[in-house]
Ligand binder design. Structure first.
Ligand SMILES: NC(=O)C1=CN([C@@H]2O[C@H](COP(=O)(O)OP(=O)(O)OC[C@H]3O[C@@H](n4cnc5c(N)ncnc54)[C@H](O)[C@@H]3O)[C@@H](O)[C@H]2O)C=CC1
Ligand SMILES: O=C([O-])CC(=O)C(=O)O
Length: 329
């Protein structure tokens, strides 16, 4: 039986881990796209080598999957094999280095997203697009505008990762299984992200009953700067948890799971009214199924959380205004 096709555009650290997990889980055939690597006297088609290696890894684990690599150019040549993709995960672009914010990547990465979005529109007009490249909320907004796809078919990955970080620190603190923890991190994927304490609990017990406020504040701060912590340790950004988070979203869509998870999604109408943010991509709980984003949930926020939420909206809006000023969307 033929499997769904997931394309991964940008097969660097994050992209290859997305491909890796999808192949190990055996739930989709994977197509990977990346630039050639040029040295003084040789051009390496690294993406083809990575695809072959990942396919052989999956086969060594007894999985019958196809994984193929395609070399593309920055100008947008070589994307024909996007045709037939059910889902496209976009991880192409520059990662940050120590001392940088995610927003520092905006002007370099938006040009890359522009070319890729045009090719997605051309070759895979019915696909669902999951953007990972940073600053992710702004890049997802750009992909939405540039593909012209319906809002349910364009979403960004961040909240699954931020929530996994929050859960990691809570599980360590309380010595409980992550399965007993319900937690949500919403807002933009930047330093202003909003861990929603009022909606987070362990076996139904509010976090504030389990952890002293000062310690809880430390955990919240560590979560908000969780990406930066890894950048400072590795000199580049995280890729195992980002890769698995994107793969988790892919699987929820392919398996029509109707699972609610925080994703960067487009807010308008009723959702915009509730979240006080219109014409924006930002992290809120969303139900993922075969149609992509099938609904957006309105999570209750305390007064303090709503104030923090508003700050996060302002930073994402500033990024969106910057790409509008660059006349790239
Ligand atoms: N949303 C999130 O939570 C996260 C986002 N990220 C972002 O994901 C992006 C990728 O990160 P890494 O994989 O660590 O970086 P990386 O540098 O390892 O990989 C990026 C890949 O994109 C490719 N690329 C660059 N320009 C391209 C173009 N025009 N067309 C096709 N491919 C192109 C590069 O050749 C490279 O292989 C970064 O922007 C990073 O900030 C990373 C982790 C989490
Ligand atoms: O920190 C970064 O730049 C990459 C990222 O978004 C994350 O790991 O949260």
């Amino acid at each position: 039986m033929s499997k769904p096709i997931v394309s991964v555009v940008g097969a660097g650290n994050v992209g290859e881990h997305v491909a890796n997990i999808l192949a190990i889980n055996g739930i989709a055939d994977v197509r990977m796209f990346d630039l050639a690597r040029k040295t003084e006297n040789k051009v390496f088609e690294v993406v083809k080598g990575k695809a072959l290696d990942i396919k052989q890894m999956a086969i060594s684990l007894g999985k019958d999957v196809n994984v193929e690599g395609f070399t593309v150019t920055p100008e947008g040549e070589g994307y024909e094999a996007l045709e037939g993709s059910d889902i496209i995960v976009v991880t192409a672009g520059f990662p940050r280095r120590p001392g940088m914010s995610r927003d520092d990547l905006l002007s370099k990465n938006v040009g890359i997203i522009k070319v890729i979005s045009e090719r997605i529109k051309q070759y895979a007009p019915n696909s669902i697009v999951i953007v990972v490249s940073n600053p992710v909320d702004v890049m997802t907004y750009a992909a939405f505008k540039l593909t012209g796809f319906e809002k349910n078919r364009v979403l960004g990955m961040a909240g699954v990762l931020d929530t996994a970080r929050f859960k990691t620190f809570l599980a360590e603190e309380l010595n409980v299984s992550v399965k007993s923890i319900n937690a949500y991190v919403l807002g933009g994927h930047g330093d202003d992200m909003v861990p929603v304490l009022t909606a987070s609990n362990v076996a139904g017990i509010p976090l504030t009953d389990l952890i002293e406020q000062d310690r809880l504040n430390e955990i919240v701060e560590r979560t908000k700067f969780g990406g930066g912590e890894i950048v400072n340790l590795m000199g580049t950004s995280a890729y195992h948890a980002p890769g698995s988070s994107a793969a988790y979203m892919v699987e929820a869509i392919l398996k029509d799971r109707k699972e609610i998870m925080p994703c960067s999604v487009y807010l308008e109408d009723d959702d915009a009214k509730y979240y006080e943010a219109d014409d924006i991509y930002i992290g809120v709980p969303a139900k993922l199924g075969k149609n992509g984003v099938e609904s957006i949930e309105k999570i209750p926020l305390s007064e303090e959380e709503r104030e923090n939420w508003k700050k996060s909206v302002e930073s994402v809006k500033a990024g969106i205004n910057r790409i509008k000023e660059l006349n790239l969307i």
